[in-house]
Ligand binder design. Sequence first.
Ligand code: GDG
Length: 499
Amino acid sequence: MGARARQRLVVVSNRLPFVFKRGPGGRWRTERGSGGLVSALLPVLRDRGGSWIGWPGTAETGPDLDAAVAAAGGDVGFALRPVTLDARQVGDYYYGFSNEIIWPLFHDLQSLCNFEPAYWGAYKEVNRKYAKAALAASRAGDFIWVHDYHLMNVAAELRALGCRARVGFFLHIPFPSPDIYFNLPWRLTLLHALLQYDLVGFQTLRDRRNFIQCLRLLMDDVSVQGKGQVVSVTAGRRTMRIGNFPISIDYNAFMRQAAADEVAQRAQELHRMLPKRKLILGVDRLDYTKGIPHRLKAFRTALERYPKLRERISLIQVVVPSRVDIPQYRELKSRIEQLVGEINGNFVRPGGWVPVWYVFGSLSRTDLLAYYRAADIALITPFKDGMNLVAKEYCACSIEEECVLILSEFAGAAAQLQRGALLVNPYDIEGVADTIHRAFTMSDEERRSRMRRLRRSIRDSDIFWWVDSFLRAAIAKDLSAFPLPEKHVSEAVADYVPI
Ligand code: GDG
């Protein structure tokens, strides 16, 4: 990697990579965030130096919190810069604009949007706060890397503050097609804001194509140069880069941890508790995009259509609490619990088989890995998903290579995993039911060859590859350095179009 590639990094995300909570006695406790992004960026930041800007997750302020944040930064070897938000800002910027407008709209669910005008003002105000913090933390030559839909306006605010640094943005969720995007009252302003970045990264080619179509339809003088993974876009007087970078996981860490004795024992315990049957697993945040009620109906249909599955299969559905302050999320929880109750009520055998094993709560890492290892089939059926890391984590943990992945064709991961997974349309309840039966009866040979292919593809383009390719795309002088090496381009960056 060239000298410029080693420039310091200023990461900006909604949350800091640590969660700060008061422990017994009122002292601050610090826990590391668990996502793959945190695992991938911590070593990069430690190596290059720089800082991470984000909300510490609490409305409290004060010297003891500042000291806890500084101490956490000291431990990881780079500065953490907290952005404090008051209750109104959390309500209007985070719950409001980000999660009542952008989240549903970008997942094609415009009927769930609440286009409250006051939310936009709060979004701009809070994005300005993050931009000011980024500017204060950066020095000449730094690369500022902004993450996700909460912070799309940061580059525009940075430019308004006179910042000339290189700024990149990665969108972790899908970008919708023009007919959906056009519902947004601030559609043109937001496109202009995204053009202020030097590089905008999307998860898939589909998202990137949607974005470029929106540009072409809403703006004059849009031209695209290049054909590879990263292209150059000129709109009016602004030229910047756009690419697709499918996010991934720390494959080796998942594989290694899944092989640990503690995980293997927990997985065996699960099989002892749910004996003589195959286990199907769903793990999702509580979210209406994840398609959990449809999945439960598909499982019920599979039991109705294929009686031989009864007593020989159980669905473990883990639902992790999320955004419970939004009414739609509370309603979703009740619907899921009602369906679980109905299915178990219809099929349960006294003293024996329970069709659906439902867990509402957050799992420890060991338990999560044990569920991955214990499950014979993963059933991942979001209506729409930026990528879906659970699918990749499940495959990494399938160390015996005997498991089957059933995956929605509307997850970003479908593009990369289409040749090893069984792809389904999550709205097609009977189709998903038939696919459950197919996975149940699949030969050992087919299961192994599919899982081997899946694992190879995820291993070859892991989270470190993702960080590296994004940063190289941001600084490469010549875009012919992209596409990336053949093994990556062929699968990780491929397109998927449902037939
Ligand atoms: C967004 C986009 C995109 C889940 N349950 C537990 C737990 N998890 C961890 C998983 C996984 C992560 O949470 C979930 O990631 P996903 O990718 O599946 O979904 P989102 O949260 O919606 O993420 C998505 C992603 O950003 C990255 O760009 O792929 O499309 O929506 O890592 O392991 N972790 C623990 N206990 C749990 O109970 N410890």
